[in-house]
Design a protein around this ligand. Structure first.
Ligand SMILES: NC(=O)c1ccc[n+]([C@@H]2O[C@H](COP(=O)([O-])OP(=O)(O)OC[C@H]3O[C@@H](n4cnc5c(N)ncnc54)[C@H](O)[C@@H]3O)[C@@H](O)[C@H]2O)c1
Length: 323
């Protein structure tokens, strides 16, 4: 088996490539380096610089490297940007995936893992979100993830490709400081950014119907998420693997924004009180995964807790942003 990891120089992709390689799976990364960083990958993981929109390149590398499975993470991921530039998001996230699936089918690759997102669910009224909870994405980004899942399943059926779609909940932390997320798009780096500037962290809305009034989310350590990809790859590599599987990747445990901000205060030693600002449009009060299917179907469950996520993310922040 050789696995192609698209987006392999990205925050999650580099964790996935390293975890799979460490477990003995031969891997090869593809990344256009638009947001990726070459140094995230060790020398023994080859990186092809190129785009998932380049069908000829894809066909060549799938064949030349005798690729037998693909883990597709390359995508644009900013919700706000997707609202401003929906056509670009559809082109890159759905068009890029269609181009890749064409190449995969032509090269006879029979295993495919897609990086999806809890954004496919939108704002569901559910205590625990199961894979059967109706999907109603609230942004073009979430739409491209849902359309991507449809496309993966349809191509899987048409071409005999066994597929797994992983719906990640809120990803945080780093396996080592140099692999940390350097963007400021998620709540943990957003709070670090405020503290580093000497400003109070912001909480958007404390009048939600949740125990402390702030939004509740399910946080998952990126190293656990990487292990989930390994489990998905092994599931697909097992004899007779066929059909499609769609699973939530979360811990099944809700944490409020206020609880998170308090923990960040403890970890960073900067306990200044948060500023409460008005709600942001589109924020769901609660989004917590039912994590049972991943355990049952993949034999995977998260092992790392919230403190480990925050501490490792903070070490990464200090390395990249100089504290
Ligand atoms: N970070 C999260 O919280 C989160 C949550 C749910 C889902 N996801 C999904 O996980 C995947 C990885 O996210 P991430 O946080 O590591 O983001 P990232 O931006 O760090 O990684 C994406 C990588 O893909 C590369 N890339 C983008 N477009 C490409 C293209 N057309 N061809 C080749 N390479 C391309 C980028 O250079 C980057 O290295 C994405 O599909 C994202 O939608 C992320």
């Amino acid at each position: 088996m050789t696995w192609l990891i698209t987006g392999g120089a990205g925050y999650i992709g580099a964790h996935v490539a390293r975890a799979m390689a460490a477990a003995g799976e031969p891997v090869l990364a593809l990344d256009d380096l638009s947001a990726g960083v070459r140094a995230r990958l060790p020398r023994d993981i080859p990186l092809v610089q190129g785009s998932s929109l380049d069908g000829d390149l894809l066909k060549r590398i799938l064949t030349e490297h005798s690729v037998t499975g693909v883990v597709h993470l390359a995508a644009r991921k900013q919700v706000g940007e997707s609202v401003a530039e929906p056509t670009r998001y559809y082109q890159e996230n759905v068009g890029g995936l269609a181009t890749l699936l064409d190449a995969v089918a032509q090269a006879g690759v029979r295993r495919f893992v897609l990086s999806s997102s809890a954004a496919v669910y939108g704002n569901p009224d559910a205590d625990l979100i199961t894979e059967d909870t109706p999907c109603a994405p609230m942004s073009p980004y979430g739409e491209t993830k849902l359309a991507g899942e449809w496309l993966v399943r349809a191509a899987g059926r048409a071409h005999g490709i066994a597929t797994v779609c992983l719906r990640y909940f809120n990803v945080a932390g780093a396996a080592s400081p140099e692999l940390a997320d350097t963007g400021v798009f998620n709540v943990v780096p957003m709070v670090f950014d405020r503290l580093t500037r000497g400003e109070a962290p912001r909480i958007f809305g404390d009048d939600y119907p949740t125990p402390d009034g702030t939004c509740v989310r399910d946080y998952i350590h990126v190293a656990d998420l990487a292990d989930a990809h390994l489990a998905a790859a092994r599931h697909l590599a097992a004899d007779g693997a066929e059909g499609d599987l769609t699973v939530n990747i979360g811990r099944g445990e809700g944490v409020s924004v206020r609880e998170l901000v308090t923990l960040i205060g403890e970890v960073t030693g900067d306990r200044r009180p948060a500023l409460v600002e008005p709600r942001r449009p589109g924020d769901a009060p609660r989004a917590v995964a039912s994590a049972g299917l991943a355990a049952e179907a993949l034999g995977w469950r998260a092992r790392r807790g919230l403190r480990e996520m925050v501490e490792s993310a903070w070490q990464g922040w200090l390395l990249h942003r100089g504290g």
